[in-house]
Structure formats: structure tokens, C-alpha cells
Design a protein around this ligand. Structure first.
Ligand code: NAP
Length: 641
């Protein structure tokens, strides 16, 4: 962004007005770029890193004003110089800036190249990869890829293959693009990772809200499919049934079911699965399921024809979906009873439903480097910077409520927030204050909307376990029958059944489903031994609990996959699969890592763990580690043939 012409024509008053809405930390960084002078971050104005819930990080109003005045002077000077910048900050300067912004004096220098690229401060591509066979278009023309899914990852894969001039086709079961953002249209559905991070690094936009609603996200992916010209290569209303690897020909045979029900066989040199982890709704295993007399539906298949006005509504679950739709349903329904097994932690986020202020829009669009640093501060405060808070301290004895001193500090802060918001209803508080460590499950962002809804007289949290669904409603363990007009299942997705219901048959006809046996593993979450040229995006152990945006992972994965395709297209060997030893050693480390995180604590169940208790979904490390590991494939990790 950063529209120079808008700055060159802006009046002093316009700039001063915009600066009233500034995020001071991002502004301080931008001032360094405009002036070439680091004194603004070497003075007395410093963030308070304990003020984690304050977007201004404890910087006083007087100090905010002082920085805004400096920013005004710097921009006026820049404007009056005709928009010329001093020399860019050196690597050492960037490290100092990042250490100031993160409060981590010991922050590793390894972050500098990562940040220089992620911030794209000087036009770098954060996910740079060497071009695939730039001098051999004929080799590329012969190498075909099938991409499965046109959601966030699939569109990304298509954009990147198109950029490289590699032929591809995308198979999408829905009628249009967007995946989860197209499918989930329950009331209140919105992203809970800040949009400036939850967006492709190469397609930033002027987001209306910090956390936009699903329609804005869906539109974004529709826009990207058009802007980058990939829509024409997507076959909609077409579903992959299964794929079989022909070892002799080194070809994947992908069987698809067309919209008219006919089957078709497609052939490809490589397959990229981009079907996500959260696309197939999960119905609970409860006796009598299906016997309810009234309308009943899953949150991901919302039945908008059902009028909830004046109805008695039963809701099963208290996960990320329920927490978003219940406040909306509460405005319509006469009575809601929410069946809770485990309460979620809520992460106080005052701006969760807010629109971005006009001044901040102006700064994001026009003030040089402001948007880059704002994106970085989101990246840090909502991602990398939170990871330590959910790590298990090996010397911490009792893991039942917290995993470390910092985890306990956050627990106390979040508990205080719940108490402040809910008031003194001790019966309700006893139900909704989680009795497991923060980070054990996904925590939900709340500006108080969810918690206040729970205090309404017609909204009830039911903790008596469900034993049966009956025609009239739900019967609980105490024997009580709760009668409803409508039932809504907020019971999540079949996340542990990666790639389901498709199956892939690799070398010697091996079925991936049988091979995984409910315990999926992959090398870097991307590739599996015995399944040559099959690449997975958002595969096993690539989900994140607190740190960041899944788009970050997809961009890393796609960069790595392009590195693999480069080896295949340019080399003589046309098939590659990771060595068993490399894959196994990697997974030992992943399991060790997950055992050291709050979501690995035994006894806390979540969709992150499979029924063997192993964490199959999550990445235990930093974003820097994943970014570094996925820069490019090391041929030594693979067997080629
Ligand atoms: P979820 O987090 O898996 O929640 C499912 C809920 O259903 C849990 O509260 C679970 O209880 C409950 N449940 C399952 N079976 C049950 C049973 N038999 N009886 C009673 N309760 C039962 O699913 P989700 O809310 O759809 O979210 C899944 C993931 O999707 C999220 O973690 C997030 O990654 C993503 N998501 C993101 C957003 C967003 O804001 N961007 C919104 C929605 C979803 P237990 O906790 O006790 O198992």
C-alpha cells in the first residue's frame, strides 16, 4: 500500500487528524524510516509489556501525543522533500527496532532476515523461492499438478503454480472458492486472527475491521481468485474420490466425481491436497442422534430457513463456532440452553468487533512503513510473542491449572477479566472458569459479547452431561429432559481424519488411511514416505494454537512445495518421497515439542489430539523455525526415482 501521492497532497491538518487514531508503537517504527534517526526508540517512551490487553501497550496519552507530533513533523518533512526517504535502516537497526517492539533484548538475530522478508521492508518476497526451470518452458509444460480444494491454501497453490508457468487444475467440491469462509455462514462467523496477518503477504488490503466477518473473508478469496487469474483453472462442483499412484509411470491417477455424477480419471505428475483440517462437520456420538423431532443442524451447515424467533434452542458445544453464534441466536430465541462439556478460555480483545478508525485507515494506506510495522506488531502480539506463555516449564510441578509462572499470570489476568465481565454470579462463574491451563484448548477472542450473553436470563449453561437425544430434546445424566424446538450442533470438525473422506494409494497400493490408522504424520506436515509427489498443505502438525495465522504456514508450505517441483521438473528423476528415517526422526521431535506445550498436557482433550492422546494437529515451535525449515527442500531428505 503506502500511496505516495496521497501523502504528497495531504494537508498538515489531514495528517494530524489521522494521527489521532495511530497505534503508537507502529508509528515509532515508521518515524525511524522517515527520519533515519533511531532516537525516537532510544528515549523515555517505552511500552509496558505487562499491559498486554492495551493496544497502546501502556503508553500514556501524553506520550502518545508526543509521538504523534514527531510523526507529523516527520511526514511533513518527507512530503516537503517530495517523498524521498533516507537510507533504509541497517540490519542492526532493524534488530534494535524489533527488540524495542517486542521487549525482548535477547531476541535472536535469526529473526532479522525473516523479518526483513516478512515485513518486505525493501520489497523482498518473504516466501522467495528459486524459479522453477526458467530456461526450460517445455519441461514445465510436461509437468501437471492437480490441486485439491479452492479454499485459502488451494488458491494460494494455484496462484504460485501459475506464476511459475506450471500447468495445474484445481478440483473444488463447492460451487465457488473460499472453502471454510464460503461454507461457514452461521451468524457471527468471523476471523479470530487479525486480518493484517490473516491475509496473503502479497495481497494486503484495506480491511474494514481488525477481525473481519466471514463475508469479507470470502469476498477476499473471490477477489484473489480473479485478480491473480486462477478462477478459469478451477473445476467447481467436482469432488475427488480417490487417487492412485502408478509406480511404473510415476503418475497420480485422480478419480473425480463431476457435478452430473459421472466419474472421470485425471492424470498428474504431482498432487497438492489443500483441503484443510476443518472442512468436514463432526456430529457427536450421542445415543438417539437423529431422533429429535424438530429442526436440527450443524453450525457449518446452518439452516437459514429455520426461524429462531421465540424458539427454545438447544446448543451442543462451547467451541469457537458456538461462542460466535450464540450471542446472535440469543437476540432471537426465547430460551437457549448450551450444553457444555469443557469451558473455553477467553482472550480479552476489546477491538474484536470494532471497525478500523478512519485515521488508522489513512495511516495504513499512506504513512510509509506504518502498515508494515502494524502487521508485524500484530504478528508479534498475537503470535510469536504468545508462545512462551503456553510452554510447560519443566520445573513446574502441578500442570492441572497452569504450565509455568507466565501461564499462571495469564490465567489470573483472564480469570479477572471473566469475573469483571460476568459479575458476581458465582454459580455461573464456577461453570465458565476453565479448570485446565490456558492454551490446553483453543482460546476464544472476546470483547465481552460472549460472556455478557451468558448472563442474560434466557441463556443457560448446562453442565449435566448429555446421555441421550430424544424426540422432544435432550436428556441429561440426572434424568432431566430438556425440551427444545430447535437443536444446533456446534461440535466441530473431523479434524483428525486428515484428507478424509478421500483416500490416496501410494507405492505398492498402500492406502494412506490405513497406513496412518488415525495417527497421521508427515515430514514438515507436507510429504509422506511411500507417497511420492503427494504434497499436503495444512497437513499433520501444522496447526497453530496461539501463534499466528494459518496463511503464514500455507505460504511457507507452498514455497517448499515449489522447491520440490523445481527438483522434479529440472532433474532426471520424476518422483520424490521423504526418507522414512528423516520423516520418523522429524516426528519424534514434533512429539517431544508438543509434550512441552499446554495443549500436550495429559488429560486435556481437544481436537488437537487423536484418540490415542497424541497431538496430531499442532506445530510446537516458533514461526521462525517453520519458516526456516521450509525455505527449500534438502534433496538428501528425499528418495528420488
Ligand atoms: P470445536 O472447537 O471442536 O468445539 C466443539 C465443541 O463441541 C466443544 O465445546 C466440545 O466439547 C463440544 N462437543 C463435542 N462433542 C460433544 C458431545 N458429545 N457432547 C457435548 N459437547 C460436545 O469446534 P468449533 O467450535 O467448530 O471450532 C473448531 C476450530 O475451528 C476452532 O478451534 C478454530 O480453529 C476454527 N474456528 C475458527 C473460528 C474463527 O474465529 N476464526 C471460528 C470457528 C471455528 P469439548 O471441548 O469438551 O470437547
Amino acid at each position: 500500500m503506502n500511496d505516495k501521492s496521497a501523502v504528497l497532497t495531504a494537508t498538515d491538518e489531514e495528517i494530524a487528524t489521522a494521527l489521532k487514531d495511530a497505534n503508537t508503537m507502529s508509528l515509532m517504527m515508521a518515524i525511524v524510516h522517515l527520519t533515519g534517526d533511531l532516537s525516537v526508540i532510544r528515549g523515555d517512551i517505552k511500552p509496558d509489556f505487562e499491559a498486554v490487553l492495551d493496544p497502546q501497550m501502556g503508553i500514556t496519552e501524553a506520550a502518545q501525543k508526543e509521538i504523534a507530533e514527531k510523526a507529523l513533523a516527520a511526514l511533513i518533512d518527507y512530503r516537503d522533500r517530495g517523498g524521498t526517504l533516507p537510507p533504509p535502516p541497517s540490519d542492526a537497526d532493524v534488530l534494535e527496532m524489533v527488540r524495542f517492539l517486542t521487549g525482548r533484548e535477547d531476541l535472536s538475530e535469526d529473526y532479522v532476515p525473516f523479518l526483513m522478508q516478512e515485513l518486505s521492508l525493501h520489497g523482498e518476497d518473504a516466501y522467495y523461492h528459486a524459479p522453477v526451470a526458467p530456461d526450460a518452458p517445455e519441461k514445465k509444460a510436461d509437468f501437471h499438478t492437480v490441486i485439491i480444494g479452492a479454499g485459502m491454501s488451494g488458491i494460494l497453490a494455484a496462484i504460485k503454480l501459475k506464476e511459475e508457468g506450471l500447468p495445474y487444475i484445481v478440483i473444488e467440491k463447492n460451487e465457488t472458492v473460499g472453502g471454510t469462509w464460503y461454507e461457514n455462514d452461521y451468524p457471527g462467523c468471523r476471523v479470530d486472527s487479525p486480518n493484517h496477518n490473516y491475509s496473503y503477504s502479497f495481497a494486503q488490503k484495506d480491511w474494514p475491521q481488525h477481525f473481519s466477518d466471514r463475508k469479507v473473508l470470502w469476498d477476499y478469496f473471490e477477489e484473489c481468485a480473479d485478480k491473480f487469474g486462477v478462477r478459469g483453472s478451477i473445476r467447481f462442483n467436482t469432488e475427488v474420490q480417490h487417487s492412485r499412484y502408478d509406480e511404473a509411470r510415476k503418475i497420480w491417477q485422480v478419480t473425480v466425481k463431476n457435478a452430473d455424477g459421472s466419474e472421470e480419471l485425471l492424470e498428474a505428475n504431482a498432487v497438492i491436497s489443500a483441503v484443510g483440517q476443518l472442512s468436514r462437520p463432526k456430529m457427536p456420538d450421542i445415543k438417539g442422534l437423529g431422533s429429535f423431532n424438530g429442526p436440527a443442524f450443524h453450525s457449518a451447515e446452518w439452516d437459514h430457513s429455520v426461524d429462531l424467533k421465540g424458539k427454545r434452542v438447544g446448543v451442543i458445544g462451547t467451541g469457537a463456532s458456538v461462542f460466535q453464534f450464540v450471542p446472535h441466536v440469543a437476540q432471537e430465541a426465547e430460551d437457549i440452553r448450551i450444553f457444555q462439556r469443557t469451558p473455553p478460555w477467553v482472550f480479552p480483545t476489546p477491538e474484536y468487533h470494532d471497525y478500523i478508525e478512519p485515521g488508522k485507515h489513512w495511516l495504513l494506506n499512506n504513512y510509509p512503513f506504518y502498515e508494515k510495522w502494524f502487521r508485524f506488531s500484530m504478528f508479534w502480539t498475537t503470535a510469536e510473542g504468545l508462545l512462551d506463555g503456553v510452554r510447560i516449564d519443566p520445573s513446574w510441578n502441578d500442570l492441572s491449572l497452569a504450565t509455568s509462572e507466565m501461564n499462571l499470570f495469564m490465567r489470573e489476568m483472564f480469570t479477572a477479566y471473566i469475573r469483571e465481565t460476568v459479575g458476581d454470579d458465582e454459580e455461573l462463574l464456577a461453570k465458565i472458569i476453565p479448570q485446565y491451563p490456558l492454551g490446553g484448548k483453543r482460546s476464544l477472542r472476546d470483547d465481552g459479547t460472549w460472556l455478557r450473553t451468558l448472563t442474560e436470563p434466557h441463556v443457560h449453561i448446562e453442565t449435566d452431561p448429555i446421555v441421550e437425544i430424544v424426540p422432544e430434546g435432550i436428556r441429561t445424566k440426572s434424568g432431566e429432559l430438556h425440551e427444545f424446538d430447535v437443536l444446533i450442533y456446534g461440535t466441530g470438525f473431523n479434524a483428525d481424519k486428515f484428507l478424509w473422506p478421500m483416500d490416496f494409494y501410494g507405492e505398492e497400493g498402500l492406502s494412506l488411511r490405513e497406513h496412518w490408522d488415525g495417527d497421521p504424520r508427515a515430514y514438515l506436515g507436507i510429504a509422506m514416505p511411500k507417497f511420492p509427489n503427494l504434497f499436503v498443505m495444512y497437513g499433520p502438525n501444522t496447526n497453530i494454537v496461539v501463534n499466528g495465522s494459518i496463511i503464514f504456514f500455507s505460504e511457507c508450505e507452498m514455497r517448499y512445495i515449489l522447491g520440490c517441483l523445481k527438483l522434479l521438473v529440472e532433474g532426471d528423476e520424476k518422483a520424490m518421497a521423504p526418507r522414512e528415517s528423516v520423516h520418523d526422526a522429524y516426528n519424534v521431535k514434533i512429539d517431544e515439542g508438543n509434550r512441552q506445550m499446554a495443549w500436550g498436557v495429559p488429560g486435556v482433550d481437544s481436537w488437537y489430539k487423536n484418540d490415542k492422546g497424541r497431538v496430531t494437529q499442532n506445530w510446537p515451535g516458533t514461526l521462525l523455525e517453520y519458516w526456516t525449515l521450509t525455505k527449500a527442500p534438502d534433496p538428501a531428505d528425499y528418495e528420488f526415482n
